[in-house]
Design a protein around this ligand. Structure first.
Ligand code: 26V
Length: 819
């Protein structure tokens, strides 16, 4: 029965129980006769980890034997959230664990709540990386994720008197049971210093003598696939003092200072930058980028060289994916290693490098592109600056041959920007080198071709591709919405949709079925109850389950227009106040839920949070309004809160000014959970409309091509009356903090760059349409079923298959066993 191929660990409830108790006694070091929920969680996590480790060993050995082309996913950010439920579900042993625990007197769900989030990222880009890792594992791709092990992840948001305060995220304080520190997988990373030309074996060669050395140590995090034994690795690097440098200091006798300066190395990976708006040219950020890139590239080359001796084969065995420009120094680093250390001829090296990289960009506007001041780069990475200049020289020479001496265009396309502060345009570097340049939605990919990278598109149209984003149904349905999961499997007659999400379209034929509708509404109710309980526990606000739960959760940004939402809520409040009782009886009750973090230095975003609280305070305490309208702000929105909020939403809002959201992935999670969308025709919404039909969501607002003209009209002359009235209420101090909010009102009545005033009327119409639909439960439920049924295209499984086939040129490599 027991074959070595299946591993040592058994998964029946009795064996699981023994393993948990073993870890209570020997890993957590508590008595197996007395331990609390947290200790039980730790022991449980370690027993799951054992199973993950076994699978990841098997996977790695299998990859080693088969030696397929591998993809390395390089990202400075991964928003993984919690791992426990996701792991046991992907391993297919959740029920066995639940039974084992219940015999020990514990409840699986309660223990799962003990886990903190791994929040090593800001928002969309970072959660996308996490979803894509899940899909790469599930689809059996030979893939690795590489990132940084920040000691402090994204700040915790604490609200005091409606104002956001940032507190450190001490996520490692109680240990991290999922990771394995690889004390022997370490690489030296060099900084500063000088470059000397030397003659080696009769050849000129550049030698970089660094001024600082830091050691990178690997921490491996297993990523299990669903329905497969394959378990891939997310390798995160942490900074460690280098012994080499210290030895010198010790030799010169400065013992105390040598020890104190060791501490500095750890700073490199200590904190995640929490601002996802602009690049500030901070040295530490650049250090983080290079530290991560250098360690990853050394690791990748080491693995390649274990099995190969000729770099001609490198592109046949390795694909490198750049998640935005943040890791794009990797291009320069591979050049440096090939030319300076492996002594390849420059042109040969460049030829190889150009076959390795695919580049995905997540920004929409030029201001969002990363530029590194030349002075900064030259001092931290002197040899890399030289290489960039050489790459640029060759590129510009080539370009002159292709386009002639069009100096405007040459200077727009140059990797080096000659402005007041001379900078390196990392996006241009990436486009020049990568063989594919991907947008994250159809609309975004078109924008890249016609605006952001127009000049490059004309030169190399074949490089440009679209890889519409997706999210993983394992986390966003199976883990976070078990009731919906069970219902889907029942009506589809199979669990196969968990690996093959296109099967969800099978629901369409039952969209009118009274039984399905009944069960569908019950599922939503269960999830609304869970969310309502959370809201009451967190804010003391009691909400009615009959109300429409209307949610907008995402990072706070002007372009995402949380302000439009709040102005709409004030309008609704004002209308209710001016109604008589009989009119009020026709109002569809609403619970408006807003959540999200503002970058610490983003004053306008912080004001919007404050306004939300001020309005909530007024509305929630107004007895004229009662259950007709409530407003709650959910503090510290993160992945694990999203798992509670999203399944409980009836309606979700995606309000970006058209042309500003590259894709948006929150909407896809809501869609999968049968939540209706109220949205502008921006980013991936355009494709969602194609899948589910415009009649199944509430669209509003200016379209992308209308935006420039509306802006040109200049400052809003004709603010709609309803909008003006709402702004007047704020300006007159109806919600207090009169002076503080004036500037928010000015922004709408003045330049109105984000078009709140011009979209306001259309927004209210869409809201009215949503009210009307909600008042007809059959209609609403049908729309909800059709939303889930049409969500298959937005699975990250589809995205990853696209990447594998169109960008990376890799194939599945599945461990040959039942999992
Ligand atoms: C920028 C910066 C700049 C300063 C240093 C830290 C930092 C961190 C992140 C970023 C870029 C954030 C870009 C981002 O999250 N873009 C979002 O990507 C999503 C996934 O493709 C997409 O759905 C969203 O529309 C897009 O805004």
């Amino acid at each position: 029965m027991f074959g070595l191929m299946d591993g040592f660990l058994k998964n029946d409830p009795i064996s699981l129980q023994k393993d948990i108790l073993y870890h209570v006694e020997y890993t957590v070091a508590r008595s197996r006769f007395s331990f609390d929920d947290f200790e039980a969680y730790q022991a449980l996590a370690h027993s799951v980890r054992d199973r993950l480790i076994e699978r990841s060993h098997d996977t790695q050995l299998f990859f080693k034997r088969k030696d397929p082309k591998r993809v390395y996913f390089l990202s400075l950010e991964f928003l993984m959230g919690r791992s426990l439920s996701n792991s046991v579900i992907n391993l297919g042993i959740r029920d066995q664990y639940a039974e084992a625990l219940s015999q020990l007197g514990f409840e699986f769900e309660v223990l799962a709540e003990q886990e903190g989030d791994a929040a090593l990222g800001n928002g969309g880009l970072a959660r996308l990386s996490a979803c894509q890792m899940d899909s790469m594992a599930t689809l059996d791709y030979p893939a690795w994720g590489y990132g940084l092990r920040y000691q402090y992840g994204l700040f915790r948001q604490v609200i005091l008197d409606g104002i956001q305060h940032e507190q450190p995220d001490f996520w490692l304080n109680f240990g991290n049971p999922w990771e394995t520190e690889r004390v022997h997988v370490t690489y030296p990373v060099k900084f500063y210093g000088t470059v000397e030309e030397e003659i080696l074996n009769g050849e000129k060669c550049n030698v970089w003598n660094p001024g600082e050395l830091v050691e990178a140590v690997a921490y491996d995090n297993p990523i299990p696939g669903y329905g497969t034994r394959n378990t891939i690795t997310l390798r995160l690097w942490a900074g460690k003092p280098s012994d080499q440098r210290d030895m010198e200091a010790f030799n010169t006798g400065d013992y105390i200072n040598a020890l104190v300066s060791r501490q500095k190395a750890e700073n490199i990976s200590s904190v995640l930058y929490p601002d996802d708006r602009s690049y500030q040219g901070k040295e530490l950020r650049l250090k983080q980028q290079y530290f991560f890139v250098s360690a990853s590239i050394q690791d990748i080359i080491r693995r390649f060289k274990d099995a190969h001796s000729n770099f001609d084969e490198f592109p046949d065995k390795v694909a490198l994916q750049l998640n935005d420009t943040h890791p794009s120094l990797a291009i320069v680093e591979v050049m440096r290693v090939l030319v300076d250390e492996e002594h390849l001829d420059w042109h040969k090296a460049w030829d190889i490098v150009c076959k390795l990289f695919s580049f995905t960009i997540h920004a929409v506007i030029a201001e969002g592109l990363e530029k590194i001041p030349v002075d900064l780069l030259g001092s931290l990475l002197p040899r890399h600056l030289q290489i960039i200049y050489d790459i640029n020289f060759n590129f510009v020479e080539e370009l002159k041959k292709r386009i002639g001496l069009d100096y405007d265009r040459l200077s727009r396309m140059s990797i080096v920007e000659e402005a007041a502060v001379k900078t390196i345009r990392m996006a241009n570097l990436s486009v020049v080198c990568a063989h594919t340049v991907n947008g994250v939605s159809t609309v975004h990919s078109e924008l890249l071709k016609t605006k952001l990278f127009k000049d490059f598109y004309e030169l190399w149209p074949e490089k440009f591709q679209c890889m519409t984003n997706g999210v993983t149904q394992r986390r966003w349905i199976v883990v976070s919405n078990p009731s919906l999961c069970a219902l889907l499997s029942k009506w589809l007659g199979t669990e196969a949709w968990i690996r093959n999400v296109d099967l969800l379209t099978g629901l369409r034929e039952y969209a009118d079925d009274a039984d399905l509708q009944q069960e569908w509404m019950m599922v939503k109710k269960v999830n609304k109850m869970r969310l309502a309980e959370y809201i009451e526990a967190m804010s003391g606000v009691k909400v009615s389950l009959d109300a429409m739960f209307d949610v907008q959760t995402k990072r706070i940004h002007e372009y995402k227009r949380q302000l439009l939402n709040i102005l709409g809520i004030i309008h609704r409040y004002d209308c209710i106040k001016n109604m008589d009782k009989s009119q009020q009886s026709k109002v569809v009750p609403r619970v408006c839920i807003i959540g999200g973090k503002a970058a610490p230095g983003y004053e306008v975003a912080k004001k919007i949070i404050k306004l939300c609280h001020a309005v909530a305070e007024k509305i929630n305490n107004d007895s004229d309004v009662g259950d007709l309208l409530k407003l709650v702000f959910i503090p510290d929105y993160n992945v694990s809160l999203a798992e509670v909020v999203i399944p409980g939403a009836d309606l979700s809002q995606h309000l970006s000014t058209a042309g500003h959201e590259a894709s948006g992935t929150g909407s896809m999670k809501f869609l999968m959970n049968g939540c209706l969308l109220l949205a502008t025709e921006d980013g991936s919404t355009v494709e969602i409309v194609e899948e589910i039909g415009a009649e199944n969501l509430f669209l509003f607002g200016a379209k992308i091509h209308e935006v420039p003209e509306l802006r040109e009209k200049g400052p809003a002359h004709d603010v709609p009356l309803q909008c003006a009235r709402v702004l007047r209420l704020i300006r007159d101090g109806h919600f207090g903090f009169q002076d503080y909010f004036q500037s928010l009102c000015d922004s709408v009545e003045g330049e109105d760059f984000y078009l709140l005033s011009s979209d306001f009327g259309s927004y209210l119409e869409a809201q009215a349409a949503a009210d009307k639909a909600f008042a007809d439960p059959k209609k609403w439920t049908k729309m909800s079923i059709l939303s889930t049924a049409g969500s298959g295209r937005f699975s990250s499984d589809r995205t990853i298959r696209d990447y594998a086939e169109k960008s990376w040129g890799i194939e599945p490599c599945r461990f040959p066993s039942e999992f």
